[in-house]
Design a protein around this ligand. Structure first.
Ligand SMILES: *[C@@H]1O[C@H](CO)[C@@H](O)[C@H](O)[C@H]1NC(C)=O
Ligand SMILES: *[C@@H]1O[C@H](CO)[C@@H](O)[C@H](O)[C@H]1NC(C)=O
Ligand SMILES: *[C@@H]1O[C@H](CO)[C@@H](O)[C@H](O)[C@H]1NC(C)=O
Ligand SMILES: *[C@@H]1O[C@H](CO)[C@@H](O)[C@H](O)[C@H]1NC(C)=O
Ligand SMILES: *[C@@H]1O[C@H](CO)[C@@H](O)[C@H](O)[C@H]1NC(C)=O
Ligand SMILES: *[C@@H]1O[C@H](CO)[C@@H](O)[C@H](O)[C@H]1NC(C)=O
Ligand SMILES: *[C@@H]1O[C@H](CO)[C@@H](O)[C@H](O)[C@H]1NC(C)=O
Length: 734
């Protein structure tokens, strides 16, 4: 226990000895404690309670089941080996053996393990105390001012009643194993570790679950606080209340609480009591910031709260920029932006300062003769990622594309002749931008989406013309007056907000479009017309094309196929009785489906066969033609064959045929236009003669005399002999 407090307690009880009565007070499983009555109201039992045998020693009236006496320590050999002796017969014992140059624990110590409740070996020369772990009934253990160099993690584990442990001023003790002071459900109430030089102290030896009086590392040195077992705070456990004293002990930085699984905001929920760090070497840098930002410091720094005087003694020693600054005035004036860290990962030649209070990192690359933007930007502590970039007075001409552009919150690039800004950078940049010495010739239209009020363009004008009138609108719409100069052809250097179509005398230039639009329309119209024509006269075109190509006659074909409408007996008679005999007389072979196809069931197939065997197709275009299935089918087949073979011909003999508006009509009209048709109404002799001229040479033999021989020849097949004589009449009557 703190000597000052002990003194206070003694003095208080000595002065008001009458009131200083004690009452039984139980702490956890410890049943024999007594607490001064005034502490019940002040809540100081944890620190001031004593075992009843101690109270009984001073106040004879106090009843306690146990009596205590000292064990004697005897030297048994020349090497200084000691042993314990019973002098008085009591229920429990204490060993008081200070300033005796004790180098080893007494030989028979463990024989008294059940009865010794207090050991005071202060100011000796003990090096190894491992054996002391057998003393399971200890209430207090004092080992200050010895030569301890190592304490094993099980040394105090079984001392479930240990309340007071003092290990101060053991300079050889460089480290403590984790959880050294966690002895089951009970806490060691007071731990003194003053004037020790620790290389490292595990965090579990600072924060312990449950309440305690104090754990005191002050006036020593703690190089580093470690977390070897990945300790983290448990959600429903409270650590404290208790005083954690780290004053004047060289701690340079407070633990990063977020690495113990709690946020700074919640820290005060878990840890109760005070953490005292006055006169320490705690660096007044960004790592302290959350302690202030989340009001942890005022809660834990006892001095902040109750003894305001003491705070004036926390004078920062580091970093250099904060030397001599006291934390109390920093808190009073809320100058938290002074708590900064210099980041080591930083573009070369630049300095990077993490300022958590401003939620930004200031990267200063000004006046460094840079020719380009840095490749990368640092990340701060606690995910601080916003960057204020100072890159003024360098030799940079371009603001390029970089992955940190969207993290920038301000860019001071004045004193650079910026000539180019990457379009993606313009898009991504949300920062204030100072490019006041820019040499941009023109502004990309990407700027239109930015707020011009965030950009300082300086006095250099950008070129404005009728082609980029958006600049004027942009400035006016955003009320960003006096920000940007424009260089115009007609009016010279003017404010961008004064740039309008009128002020630049821009004429809406419609005429200039005519030379493009008119030919374009013409071309389109012509194309439409052409494709229309091509569509309307597709058959004519085909026929004309056919006329131009050379035809090769095939041998072994029948000369003529005559197609007649189905029910047109009259025309059929003329064909059978007059035309066919006349042609056959001239050595032409002639087929007429009506007489040459007998089997009606397979007519279509036979017609197809027949048509493909014939070279010339004669179509008798009478009004009935094309109205029945058979003639339509015949025409289709003939047209197919005709198209496929350029040596084939279609000869139309017209007799009052009305051209329909369908596909047949179109083909027939095309045939009429391109090929001459024969007129049925001509005299039959002339008709046959012209027909023969159209047909050309027969396959076998020669034309004998088309004009004289036709009529007289007998037809090959005779159907209506009676009508043969008046063939002429028939022709004329039709
Ligand atoms: C101490 O007292 C107990 C009984 O109370 C007795 O048995 C024992 O012998 C005594 N020891 C000494 C050293 O007197
Ligand atoms: C003590 O440390 C050893 C390893 O060094 C470990 O195995 C053991 O569990 C620790 N004991 C306690 C009580 O923490
Ligand atoms: C602590 O965590 C680190 C990384 O998370 C791991 O490498 C290490 O082994 C852990 N240590 C223990 C004692 O769990
Ligand atoms: C937290 O509390 C719950 C019940 O309230 C309990 O079951 C659990 O063990 C506790 N956790 C710890 C770490 O003490
Ligand atoms: C504060 O520091 C001054 C000098 O550094 C010292 O005299 C004074 O005792 C200190 N006050 C406390 C309460 O530690
Ligand atoms: C940046 O550094 C230069 C010197 O290199 C200094 O003059 C200037 O004030 C600094 N700017 C900021 C914002 O810290
Ligand atoms: C503390 O730890 C958290 C995460 O564990 C990390 O984000 C933060 O940067 C650390 N702060 C410092 C000052 O190291």
């Amino acid at each position: 226990m703190n000597a000052f407090l002990k003194l206070l307690l003694t003095v208080k009880c000595a002065i008001i000895v009458v009131q200083c009565s004690f009452t039984t007070w139980n702490l956890d499983e410890r049943r024999e404690l007594m607490c001064p009555d005034y502490c019940f109201t002040q809540g100081c039992c944890l620190c001031y309670a004593s075992p009843c045998w101690e109270v009984a020693k001073q106040n004879a009236g106090v009843a306690c089941g146990k009596t205590i006496s000292e064990l004697a320590v005897e030297k048994i050999d020349l090497l200084g080996t000691r042993q314990l002796l019973v002098v008085q017969n009591t229920t429990i014992y204490e060993i008081n053996y200070q300033n005796e140059g004790l180098a080893q624990l007494p030989q028979n110590l463990c024989e008294f393990s059940e009865k010794v409740v207090k050991i005071d070996f202060r100011n000796n020369k003990l090096r190894d105390i491992n054996k002391i772990k057998c003393m399971q009934k200890l209430d207090s253990l004092h080992l200050d001012n010895n030569l301890l160099y190592e304490i094993k993690n099980d040394t105090f584990q079984l001392m479930r009643d240990l309340r007071i442990l003092t290990l101060s001023n053991n300079k050889g003790l460089e480290r403590l194993p984790p959880n050294l002071f966690n002895i089951g459900a009970n806490n060691i109430i007071t731990i003194e570790l003053l004037f020790n030089n620790f290389d490292e102290v595990d965090v579990t030896n600072i924060f312990r679950p449950g309440n305690f009086c104090a754990i005191d590392y002050s006036n020593g040195y703690i190089k580093e606080i470690t977390n070897q077992l990945n300790f983290s705070f448990h959600q429903n456990v409270s650590y404290g209340p208790g005083r954690i004293r780290l004053e004047n002990c060289g701690i340079q930085s407070l633990p990063n609480l977020t690495s113990y699984g709690v946020s700074f905001k919640e820290f005060t929920k878990y840890v109760i009591g005070t953490i005292e760090v006055d006169n320490s070497y705690v660096s007044c840098d960004c790592k302290l910031y959350p302690f202030f930002a989340y009001d942890i410091a005022p809660v834990f720094w006892g001095q902040f709260r109750s003894h305001m005087v003491l705070i004036e003694n926390f004078t920062c020693l580091q970093p250099e920029s904060m030397k001599g600054f006291d934390l109390y005035s920093l808190t009073k004036n809320k100058r938290y932006e002074l708590l900064t860290c210099q980041l080591e990962v930083c573009p070369s030649l630049c300095t990077c300062i993490d300022i958590p209070a401003k939620e930004r990192i200031i990267v200063n690359c000004s006046d460094k003769g840079l020719t380009d933007f840095p490749e990368h930007m640092p990340w701060g502590y606690w995910d601080n990622n916003k960057i204020e970039l100072h890159i003024a007075n360098n030799k940079i001409t371009e603001i390029p594309d970089r992955d940190y552009i969207s993290r920038l919150i301000s860019v001071d690039a004045k004193g650079n002749s910026i000539q180019h800004i990457s379009p993606t950078t313009i898009m991504d940049l949300e920062a204030e931008l100072n490019i006041q010495d820019q040499r941009l010739d023109f502004l990309r239209e990407d700027f239109a989406r930015k707020d011009p009020n965030l950009i300082t363009f300086g006095d250099t004008a950008v070129s404005c013309s009728c082609q980029n009138l958006w600049i004027g609108d942009w400035i006016r719409n955003n009320k960003a007056y006096n920000r940007l100069w424009c260089l115009t052809d007609s009016r010279g250097k003017i404010r961008a907000e004064d740039v309008t179509a009128q002020s630049l005398e821009c004429t809406v230039n419609v005429i200039s479009l005519y030379p493009i639009i008119i030919p374009l329309c013409g071309l389109v119209a012509m194309l439409i017309l052409l494709s229309l024509l091509q569509y309307c006269f597709r058959y004519e075109m085909f026929l004309l094309y056919r006329k131009c190509i050379t035809r090769e006659k095939k041998d072994g074909l029948i000369d003529v196929f005559v197609s007649v409408a189905d029910n047109d007996d009259e025309t059929l008679t003329v064909v059978l009785k007059y035309i066919r005999p006349a042609l056959e007389a001239e050595n032409y072979s002639v087929k007429v489906p009506w007489s040459d196809i007998r089997n009606e069931e397979e007519r279509d197939m036979q017609v197809t066969d027949l048509v493909s065997q014939c070279r010339n197709y004669v179509v008798m275009l009478t009004p009935q033609y094309g109205k029945d299935y058979n003639s339509k089918f015949e025409f289709d087949i003939m047209w197919e064959k005709f198209k496929a073979d350029a040596s084939r011909k279609i000869i139309l003999i017209n007799d009052g045929y009305e051209i329909p508006r369908d596909r047949y009509g179109k083909i027939i009209r095309a045939l009429q236009r391109v090929h001459k048709e024969l007129n049925y109404k001509e005299r039959h002799t002339r008709l046959v003669a012209r027909l023969i001229r159209c047909l050309g040479e027969p396959e076998h033999g020669k034309v004998i005399n088309p004009l004289t021989t036709t009529v007289r020849r007998r037809p090959a097949r005779q159907i209506a002999t009676s009508q043969i004589e008046d063939v002429d009449e028939v022709i004329y009557a039709a």
